[in-house]
Design a protein. Structure first.
Length: 962
């Protein structure tokens, strides 16, 4: 190294010193920060109804939204509600949006029950829309498809003219041209959405009659069963529109209603009474129900009245309860059993949405009883004729009833228990064709009630003679119950034996796997691994022939997941004869990888240490599947996730004191997992830990065998580290492996690791993103602290590693001189300590240079020589910085090191004074801590005061100037 300075360093060997070196609260909020601010203003709105307009206007609250960037993104709702709304189908979104837009913030609580009911129903209807589909053409007859804007409200001068216009409008809608279209399912759904938009648009443009007629025509569609398999989905779509219409009417009546108790108009409270409703609002409400009563057809009349059920509270507190009873009886007039049961379902749903006011829930049970009374109609000649015409089997037809019946009975069963269940079971015994009722009962009641009667249900399932709900569906429903709630202990084995006898007899693979899926969970929870192994073998026997398993990957994946999540003895699972063959059935790579990931994640949660050879082989097989799936196109997250799983498995496998077997496993793992960097990092860490354990056991006194073993560990690390792609990991592992080798007295291996680290530093300067200077500086300083205790290699020159490090640092292309200056200051510290007679720390049973050289003058001279070169380099780098705060800071640091670490000669004293003046040049020096003063013409006293918490440490050096 070259320099413009001629400085001769003389190390001071008598002093060492060190220095030493510090939470927020939350604020409670009552509103969501992203929710839209709403300002309510009063604007006039014209009254439209069946009576002639009087020209009056009534003030209506219209919410004005103050949009902010964040609130615009969520449209006035908090994030969780927004995400829930996104899961809804388009019609439910419109219903929820309409209910938010039409009612201001003071009415939010008033509508909370309705919204909760919509959310609860949304969970069920999502599965309905996905399950009940069709590829057939669906007929739709309506005049509101593309010509909806033909009927408009024209300005009329008198009340008589307005009445006449409304009558003409009504006649046009009823008798005007209607269009019949045969649509695909997608087109049909789009048309229904268009009808919903037409309804809302007509309402907002004050066309109340048109909105009513759209609702009526939508309700008429529920009379059509020409495509039976689509009817449940049609019910969901149409009732969403009716919900919107009912809420629009209710909101309209709310805006017309005011309380006159205090002589001023105020909003109705949530629990308002009819006495608080104005006469005009009551009159308008009656007009709506009169219009509904004039609907000629039964089905649309029932549905529209049910949609407006909530509005009865504007007239009477008891009217709603009476209407529920009346409509329950009126539905008997619907001849089609499927149409009737869904009408009862809608009635129960509307009633449940009013549960905060309706205390008597008798109508719920009455509706289910009415269905039971007419149950035999499902097997009538007319129904069979319709099924034959549409080529629908009896079992498929019966399955169409399950969504409605499940919902109806769930509303009943939530408040009833054993008595109702026993009553329904008795009714099932009366009917020989009771599979639909039986399936509904098992689905609706709480699982613990069903599990307690599992044997009774199995007996009833055996005696079901009808072709309704098939055997595998009944067994699946029962399996879902017993897998959630345990049946009596003394019945469990008999239950499994009876149920599996029927399951294994199923010939269709689709029916078998659907039924076996929940029963596997039952076996996992309540039986030993022997029974589970038998069940898995039976599953393989059923689905392996003809590669049938390729069609049922989802069901098989659920089986594996249920086993992994609920198994108690994970080692027993991995040694089962039939578990890994079950995994082998997953031939599609993406699914195979996903399944192996689930199994290994489960093992990581359940296994602490493993050393059984069979279990280890099973884990390695699963890990190999994951590893082999990694390629250049693997996403970074997937790559990292697989690496974490493999690392956890490696840490799990522990052979205890059999260290040689442990090292052999690490060698095999290195050969098997060569594509993932983090796995190699983990292996090197594990081998180093193994080497340290060996030293701890022998307490540092290695025998020939243990010495050979730790050298083998060091060689493993030295060979493995170069295969790691990340330079950052290589540097850290070389340093760590060198330390461990030194700890185990493997001096040659340690020296090789340190030299490899220096070579890696030289290589990374071409791509500094791998190891930025901000991380390289502390790394080099840690390296220096290790070099202090590393003894010199007798075959090399004195301080060979230190010189090599300095050469690497000088040849490194630093972004700025600041980094190198910081490192050089640490080098001076290390070399100054190295010149001491005794080092502050050692490695046990390793002789460092203080023992080897014993403060030999030649050794000290070599240290001084290197220090002089480093100091020259420091002065050169300081001058290149120019006047700045950093220059002042580094100058004062070097000044302190000269005063503390060096025996000041005249030459070094001049350098110290120059550094002092250089530090003061920037005017940032705090003179409270450092002072330089001249005592007389022959003596200079340099006073260095360093803060150490509340104390001050002084170092005073007097130098005689010649």
């Amino acid at each position: 190294m070259s320099s413009n300075y001629n400085i001769e360093w003389k190390t001071c060997t008598d002093e060492h010193f060190s220095a030493k070196t510090k939470g927020l609260s939350g604020v409670k909020t009552t509103d969501h920060p992203l929710k839209t601010a709403i300002v309510t203003e009063r604007v006039p709105r014209r009254i439209l109804g069946s009576q002639p307009s009087t020209g009056r206007t009534t003030p209506v609250s219209t919410p004005s939204v103050i949009l902010e960037p964040l609130s615009m993104a969520l449209e006035g709702v908090d994030p969780l509600t927004a995400f829930a709304i996104e899961e809804m189908d388009p019609l439910t979104k419109l219903a929820a949006q309409e209910s938010r837009d039409k009612v201001d913030s003071s009415q939010d609580k008033k509508l909370s029950d309705y919204k909760c009911e919509v959310d609860a129903w949304a969970m069920k209807k999502a599965s309905i829309l996905s399950k009940y589909t069709t590829s057939e053409k669906i007929s739709i007859v309506t005049s509101f498809l593309s010509d909806g804007d033909k009927v408009v409200v024209k300005a009329q001068s008198t009340a008589v003219d307005k009445m006449q216009h409304r009558l003409e409008q009504l006649d046009y809608i009823e008798e005007g041209s209607q269009t019949r279209l045969d649509l695909s399912q997608t087109e049909y759904v789009n048309r229904i959405e268009q009808l919903n938009r037409e309804l809302v648009s007509a309402w907002n443009s004050e066309q109340r009659v048109k909105a009513l007629k759209i609702a009526i025509q939508c309700a008429k569609l529920l009379s059509d069963t020409s495509v039976l398999t689509f009817y449940p989905s049609k019910f969901v779509l149409i009732t969403d529109i009716l919900d919107v219409f009912g809420q629009l009417v209710y909101n309209r009546l709310s805006t017309k209603t005011d309380s006159h108790k205090l002589g001023s108009k105020t909003k109705l409270p949530e629990d308002f009474t009819p006495e608080m409703v104005s006469d005009s609002a009551k009159e308008t409400c009656l007009n709506w129900f009169y219009k509904i009563a004039s609907i000629r057809e039964l089905v649309p009349r029932l549905y529209v009245e049910m949609a407006l059920m909530k509005s009865y509270y504007f007239l009477s507190l008891s009217e709603c309860q009476e209407a529920l009873r009346r409509l329950t009886h009126m539905i008997n007039g619907i001849g089609n059993p499927l149409v009737a049961v869904y009408a009862r379902c809608y009635l129960c749903r509307v009633g449940c949405s009013l549960s905060n006011r309706i205390k008597n829930k008798e109508y719920l049970l009455q509706n289910f009883h009415r269905f039971l009374q007419n149950y035999q109609h499902l097997f009538s000649r007319s129904v069979k004729g319709e099924l034959a015409q549409q080529k629908v089997s009896q079992s498929v037809y019966m399955s169409l009833f399950t969504p409605a019946l499940d919902y109806m009975l769930q509303t009943v069963a939530c408040d009833n228990s054993d008595a109702l269940l026993n009553e329904l079971l008795e009714r099932c015994k009366v009917h020989g064709n009771s599979s639909l009722i039986l399936n509904t009962v098992m689905s609706a009641f709480k699982p613990h009630l069903i599990s307690a009667r599992t044997l009774q249900f199995l007996e009833m399932i055996e005696h079901c003679l009808d072709q309704g709900i098939p055997l595998h569906s009944l067994l699946r429903t029962l399996g879902l119950c017993v897998s959630v709630a345990p049946p009596p202990l003394e019945h469990r084995r008999q239950i499994l034996s009876t149920a599996w006898k029927h399951i294994t007899g199923l010939k269709q693979v689709e029916e078998y796997i659907a039924c076996a899926e929940p029963w596997v969970l039952y076996v996992v929870k309540y039986f030993s691994h022997r029974e589970l192994n038998t069940i898995l073998g039976d599953i393989i026997d059923h689905i392996a022939p003809d590669r049938s398993y390729e069609q049922y990957y989802n069901q098989l994946k659920n089986v594996v997941e249920n086993i992994v999540l609920n198994i108690q003895d994970f080692e027993a699972l991995l040694v089962m004869d039939n578990f890994l063959p079950l995994i082998d059935l997953f031939q599609q790579e993406s699914i195979r990888v996903e399944v192996c990931k689930k199994v290994l994640s489960g093992s990581n949660s359940n296994l602490i240490f493993v050393n059984d050879a069979v279990v280890v082989n099973a884990l390695m097989f699963l890990c190999t599947v994951l590893h082999d799936s990694v390629n250049a196109l693997t996403p970074e997250d997937e790559y990292r996730q697989i690496g974490d799983i493999l690392c956890h498995v490696i840490k799990t496998i522990d052979y205890g004191r059999d260290f040689e077997q442990q090292l052999t496993f690490y060698v095999e793992a290195r050969a098997s997992f060569s594509n993932i960097d983090i796995v190699f990092v983990q292996l090197v860490q594990c081998v180093n830990a193994l080497s340290v354990k060996t030293r701890q056991i022998v307490k540092g006194l290695h025998t020939r065998k243990t010495g050979d073993f730790v050298r083998a560990c060091a060689a493993y690390c030295f060979i493995t580290v170069p295969s790691i792609k990340s330079a950052k990991h290589r540097l850290r592992l070389y340093l760590l492996s060198g330390q461990v080798a030194l700890f185990n007295h493997c001096l040659g291996q340690a020296d090789a690791c340190f030299k490899a680290a220096l070579t890696t530093i030289s290589e990374i300067q071409n791509d500094k993103t791998q190891f930025p200077e901000s991380e390289l500086i502390p790394y080099v300083k840690q390296f220096l602290s290790i070099l202090l205790v590393v003894p010199d290699n007798p075959d090399c020159s004195v301080l060979n590693l230190t010189r090599a490090l300095l050469n690497v640092l000088q040849g490194y292309s630093w972004e700025s001189n600041i980094s190198l200056i910081s490192i050089y200051l640490s080098v001076i510290d290390m070399l100054s300590v190295m010149a001491q007679e005794w080092y502050p720390y050692h490695i046990d049973k390793v002789e460092s240079n203080d023992s080897l050289y014993g403060s030999d003058k030649k050794f000290i001279a070599e240290i001084n020589k290197i220090c002089s070169v480093v100091t020259n380099e420091l002065m050169s780098k300081l001058q290149s910085l120019g006047p700045c705060t950093k220059q002042s800071t580094f100058a004062i640091e070097l000044f302190v090191k000269l005063a503390v670490r060096n025996d000041l000669t005249n030459q070094m004293l001049v350098l110290a004074l120059n550094l002092w003046n250089l530090a003061k040049r920037d005017n940032t020096l705090d003179t409270k801590y450092l002072v330089c003063e001249t005592l007389d013409e022959n003596n200079v006293s340099i006073l260095c005061i360093l803060p150490d918490q509340n104390k001050k440490l002084r170092k005073k050096t007097n130098v005689r100037m010649q």
